[in-house]
Each structure stands twice: as structure tokens, then as C-alpha cells.
Design a protein around this ligand. Structure first.
Ligand code: FAD
Length: 293
């Protein structure tokens, strides 16, 4: 199976997408509709998040396996260290290998329940993502990605400390990083440039989620860990009660940000899809990245 790094090679900019594992049969239909619609646009890879708790984790493994076996897509399985012993992590990694998945996004994860609650490592587990990167690498020929935080991880005291830990993960053997959501290109570009200036050539992919509704916007602000820039909130404000106007402006803002990132030479745009394809297709079509979008 090819690797993410191989797929990112070449001059032309690429895109990739993130899916969530389905919670029930209805969710499963929604996911597969998006998978099939985006498959035709040839994303560089599709990543599937890893949930907390046994049944959610099984669904991640199942969905990732189906994508590997029933589609032309390159799946990237997310994996977290939450509540796992090293033996269990080895087991999950072995499962991925057995179903033909050779691309893993290695994450520490958050404490179940409250993401900002106290992190307690499993007594026979791992404490940080760099340890998981090493473990995955040890177990075979995997291409490994890690998470990056343009505004700094919420638990990091400052950006310098955050950069130090990002570099530690990359130097532990990660091939690339995918960034958390952000709503202005500069913090992402500064982070990317600082990684390069530190001598690390790993690709850092920007994480994109168009702002399609006030509720979606609140989620983006929460996940990014940073307030919306004034010029963005000014553009969206007039559409607080206009569903279509808000969505159209959100797509405009996302397209403009993606264009700037492409102009700055990012190798690919990573879209957080929430298992929907429409907004991703619209932005890609506007950017001229896919002819059929
Ligand atoms: P780490 O890199 O281990 O960092 C955790 C914290 O510890 C940071 O504050 C870091 O600065 C600090 N730190 C790191 N190394 C050290 C060290 N050696 N000593 C001291 N401090 C250190 N969560 C899920 O549950 N499932 C998913 O599928 C998932 N997918 C994600 C995908 C992306 C692209 C992103 C950006 C996030 C995702 N998350 C997911 C969320 C992620 O698990 C959390 O943000 C988590 O808090 C951090 O994970 P990490 O891998 O960055 O951890």
C-alpha cells in the first residue's frame, strides 16, 4: 500500500479529508455517501478519527478496514494512547496492519469526558504522542503522522514550548503533521516556517473547516483554541439570521484562506468534513483543484 508521503509528492497541490467513525446505521449511510462522493475527486488520503471507549474504537477499525478494502482511497487510521496499555496499542496496530492499513496518525488523545481534565496515563501505557510514534515505527513499515497546533496546544504554556514538543514528535519518526483547525493563515504559516527553520522537512498540512453556520462556527472557535479575527467576525455578523448568506460567506472565507495557503506552497489542504462532502467539494471547485467538484 502506498503512503501519505508518496501521495503528497509532486508539484500539484492535493487535498485530503477527515471522517468520523459512524455511531449507528443512519450515520453509516451518511458516512458512505460522503466517502463515495469524495472518492471520485481522488483525495491524497482519508483519515478516520479514533474515539474514546471500546465500541467507538471498534467502529473506527471497522470503517477504516472497509475503506481500505472496498474503495480506491488511501486510509489513515487515527490512534490515541487514551486508556490503552502498550500491549493493547500493539494489538490495534497489528489489526491495522492485518487489514492492509499502513498509515497511522499517532495521537496522545484527551482524558475521556473532559478534554481539559487531568491527563492520567494508563499504568502500562504511554504519556505523549512521541512515544506512540516510536511504538508504531518499531512495529513495522508504517507512515506516521502527528497533530500540530497553530495557536499552540491548550495544555502548552507558550508557542515555543509547543513547537519544541511538535519537533520532538516529528524527530521521533513522524513523516508529516496535520494541523488543528484555524481561521487565519498567519499562525499556521508561522508554525510551518518555524518547523522548517529548525531543520525539519516534514510536510505540515493545514486543517480546514468552512464556517457554515453560527453553531459550526462556535465549534471551530472552541477546537482551534483562538478567538475569531475581527475581520472574519465582521464579514459573518450581517448573516447571523440568514442561513444561506452565512454559509455562502463561510465558503468565501474558506476559499480565500485556502488560496493563500496554496500560494504559500502548502502541499495539501486537509478538510475536516464531519462526514459531509458538499462544502469540501464547493471549496475545491472554486480553487480549481478538481474539475468534477
Ligand atoms: P502530544 O503531542 O502528546 O501533546 C499533548 C500535550 O503535552 C501538549 O500540550 C504538548 O505540548 C505536551 N507534551 C508533548 N510532549 C511532551 C513531553 N515529552 N513532556 C511534556 N509535555 C509534553 N483526539 C482523539 O481522541 N481522536 C482522534 O482521532 C483525534 N484526531 C486528531 C487529529 C488532529 C489532526 C488533531 C490536531 C487532533 C486530534 N485529536 C484527536 C485531538 C488530540 O488527541 C488532542 O488535542 C490531544 O490533547 C493532544 O494530542 P497530541 O497527539 O497532540 O499529544
Amino acid at each position: 500500500m502506498t503512503s501519505v508521503v508518496e501521495r503528497l509528492r509532486g508539484e500539484s497541490p492535493k487535498f485530503s479529508v477527515e471522517f468520523l467513525p459512524p455511531r449507528d446505521a443512519e450515520d453509516e449511510k451518511v458516512l458512505w455517501k460522503a466517502v463515495r462522493e469524495l472518492e471520485g475527486l481522488d483525495p491524497a488520503f482519508v483519515s478516520i478519527t479514533y474515539g474514546a471507549g471500546g465500541s467507538r474504537r471498534d467502529r473506527t477499525i471497522r470503517a477504516t478496514g472497509r475503506i481500505a478494502q472496498e474503495t480506491t482511497l488511501l486510509p489513515v487510521a487515527h490512534l490515541t494512547a487514551v486508556e490503552h496499555s502498550v500491549a493493547e496499542l500493539r494489538n490495534v496496530i497489528g489489526w491495522y496492519a492485518a487489514i492492509g492499513v499502513r498509515n497511522i496518525l499517532a495521537l496522545r488523545g484527551d482524558p475521556p469526558g473532559d478534554p481539559m481534565g487531568e491527563w492520567v496515563a494508563h499504568p502500562e501505557g504511554l504519556s505523549y504522542a512521541d512515544e506512540l510514534v516510536r511504538l508504531v515505527r518499531e512495529l513495522g513499515d508504517f507512515c506516521v503522522g502527528v497533530a500540530a497546533f497553530p495557536y499552540g496546544h491548550p495544555r502548552s504554556g507558550d508557542l515555543d514550548t509547543d513547537l519544541k514538543f511538535l519537533l520532538r514528535k516529528l524527530n521521533a519518526g513522524a513523516d508529516y503533521a496535520v494541523a488543528q483547525l484555524f481561521h487565519a493563515p498567519e499562525p499556521f504559516l508561522r508554525m510551518r516556517d518555524r518547523v522548517a527553520a529548525a531543520g525539519c522537512s516534514a510536510a505540515i498540512l493545514p486543517g480546514i473547516m468552512p464556517m457554515l453556520s453560527p453553531r459550526g462556527l462556535a465549534k471551530i472557535v472552541e477546537l482551534s483554541g483562538a478567538d475569531l479575527p475581527l475581520e472574519v467576525s465582521r464579514r459573518l455578523e450581517p448573516y447571523a439570521d440568514d442561513v444561506a448568506g452565512f454559509r455562502a460567506t463561510g465558503i468565501d472565507i474558506a476559499t480565500e484562506m485556502c488560496q493563500r495557503l496554496l500560494d504559500e506552497g502548502v502541499p495539501a489542504l486537509h478538510f475536516y468534513t464531519m462526514n459531509r462532502s458538499k462544502a469540501t467539494k464547493e471549496v475545491l471547485g472554486r480553487l480549481g483543484l478538481v474539475t468534477r467538484a
